[in-house]
Design a protein around this ligand. Structure first.
Ligand SMILES: [Zn+2]
Ligand SMILES: [Zn+2]
Length: 570
């Protein structure tokens, strides 16, 4: 369901201090990279800023993805007037389909952002529950009691926004993810002029800004520098088949790959579902320009010679089921990689993916392909502002108050220190984390309580894997399981059968049989003692068995496997 909003263009709402309190509730993204989600509360009404997901960390076995804890939004659903999306990355929109399962509100964003989000929501079968509203660059609309203004910023996906909320406590500016690219591929620069204009008319009361690269000195290079490198790499390999992988949402990168391919007389085929979908969507929206006849279907690549072919692939992050990993392991239905092929990984591994990306690069080398990645050519630049750009935003926005957002703790801390060095009063800088409520009123800014904001783990279709399950999985993965099975006759106070020891993934001293016999014996002694002491419930006997077996394995083997007692009464 799409709806086009007329621009209200209401004149600047000049509100002096003296208005009601404004709260920001952080549900994710402060203390980790990903699952960005915050609530802006004005006069008791809520605007949600992004609902992102996070990819699991290595210590989350079997977890597919991680969401913000949505309890607060569920409990306050009647107060939510809208959801605003800063841009179309998964860590900002990937949680929407989970939120929409049991509640709905209008979702505002740029045409591309809304298009990317709608694709995901449609896949989840929830498109009928979602109301998407497209907003244009610079558009200002009213959501609940708040005027909301969408300000263009450059980032590693087109059509990204910073969002200015005109509130009774002055303007709250959320930077979204941004960089200051002075030569962006589409010419759409971060609109510092508009931010300066707001400073002149209303001032910026509170700035919330992206901290991802707050530890990096200097300036992130322009995206167009990658285009130059790509063109050079293409020209250096005129005879070979070229396979380029990047994020499917990085349409500026894709545009530059397309341009390099066209320049060297190549046709382009996409590989991977999201690449195909996004290229289609972006062409339809006029964000991506591909000359007529250049795009061919993957089924047609055998009709094109190697020197005239460029494959645009997903899987730059080493995701096991993505096109690049399948090629690397020889399981691709379409591409049989070998000597003579050139693979360009036009991306940098996001934190946590380094190992999988390294393994894919290794396998590609093993197949004889030439691999070009960011370690030896500048085939990637970041989409996030480094310290130089963060300083520029701080100096243009001149915020009264500042809260660093989007980053691990050290990124937030460095950004807070930078703000202080740029002249923001220390008493007006709040270092908030997930779950913190920040209150802004005439007296200033301060933390004011917390809400639940733990990780919500998703495994397959189940979306509330609790910490106990994860703890069990970690124990099973690292120590295995030792199980004891016995049946007891509670009436006669004796063991009827067993105990028998069963193990999975557990390693003993080398003589597991002997060890099992000793372990069983120690459980038998404990059970007999408990029975003669008058323990006559199965639960109590299970506890006794667990303790005895745990003690035996712990003292004999110095191990802590999962202990599973199964004592039944006959
Ligand atoms: Zn982000
Ligand atoms: Zn982003």
């Amino acid at each position: 369901m799409y709806e086009r909003r007329l621009s209200l263009n209401s004149s600047a709402l000049l509100v002096a201090k003296g208005g009601s309190d404004v709260r920001v509730v952080f549900l994710g993204g402060l203390g980790e990279i990903g699952r960005n989600c915050a609530c802006l509360e004005v006069e008791g009404r809520i605007i949600v800023i992004d609902v992102g997901l996070m990819f699991p960390e290595p210590d989350m076995p079997g977890v597919d993805l991680v969401l913000p804890d949505l309890t607060y939004l569920r409990e306050n659903a009647d107060r939510v007037d809208g959801i605003v999306l800063t841009h179309g990355h998964e860590d900002h929109i990937g949680g929407l389909s989970y939120l929409l399962r049991d509640r709905s509100a209008p979702i505002y964003g740029a045409a591309l952002t809304v298009g990317l989000a709608a694709n995901r929501v449609r896949e989840a079968g929830l498109f009928n529950k979602a109301q998407f509203i497209e907003v244009a660059d610079g558009e200002r609309i009213t959501i609940g009691p708040c005027d909301v203004e969408f300000i263009p910023v450059t980032h590693s996906v087109p059509s990204a926004f910073a969002i200015a909320f005109h509130t009774p406590q002055g303007v709250v500016l959320h930077s979204g993810d941004f960089k200051i690219d002075l030569a962006p591929v589409d010419g759409r620069r971060t609109d510092l002029a508009r931010i300066g204009e707001i400073v002149q008319t209303e001032g910026i009361r509170l700035l919330l800004a992206d901290s991802t690269n707050a530890e990096e000195a200097g300036f992130t290079p322009s995206e167009t520098t990658v285009g130059e490198t790509l063109r050079r790499v293409f020209l250096m390999h005129p005879e070979q088949r070229l396979i380029v992988a990047c994020f499917a949402s990085h349409l500026h990168r894709i545009q530059q790959i397309v341009d390099a391919a066209v320049l060297s007389g190549r046709r382009i085929a996409t590989l991977g579902r999201s690449m195909k979908n996004n290229v289609e969507l972006a062409r339809r929206l006029g964000i991506l320009t591909v000359p007529h006849g250049v795009l061919i279907d993957i089924t047609e690549i055998d009709d094109v010679s190697d020197s005239e072919l460029c494959i645009l692939s997903t899987g730059s992050q080493g995701e096991p089921m993505a096109a690049m990993s399948l090629m690397a392991s020889g399981q691709s239905k379409w591409i049989d990689l070998g000597p003579g092929d050139v693979v360009i990984l036009s991306a940098h591994p996001i934190p946590g993916n380094e190992w999988s990306v390294g393994r894919v690069i290794d396998e590609l080398h093993r197949r004889g392909a030439e691999v070009i990645h960011s370690a030896h050519e500048d085939v990637h630049v970041s989409g996030h502002a480094r310290r130089g750009e963060l300083s520029i935003l701080l100096s243009v926005a001149k915020p009264d108050c500042f809260v660093p957002v989007h980053g691990e703790y050290r990124h937030l801390l460095h950004h807070a220190q930078l703000a202080e060095s740029m002249g923001v009063a220390p008493s007006k800088i709040v270092l908030a984390e997930d779950g913190d409520i920040v209150n802004l009123n005439d007296a200033g800014i301060r933390k004011d309580g917390t809400v639940p904001a733990g990780y919500l783990y998703v495994d397959g279709a189940a979306s509330d894997i609790d910490h106990g399950i994860l703890r069990d999985r970690k124990v099973l993965a690292s120590e295995g399981m030792v199980m004891v099975v016995a049946s007891v006759d509670i009436h006669d106070r004796e063991i009827a059968a067993g105990p028998v020891i069963l193990t999975r993934g557990w390693v003993g001293s080398g003589d597991e049989t002997l060890l099992s016999v000793e372990a069983a014996e120690s459980v038998a002694i404990a059970l007999k003692q408990a029975l003669s002491d008058g323990t006559h419930d199965v639960e109590g006997l299970n506890r006794v068995a667990r303790k005895a077996l745990g003690r035996f394995v712990g003292t004999r083997m110095r191990q802590k496997p999962m202990i599973v007692p199964v004592i039944v009464s006959v």
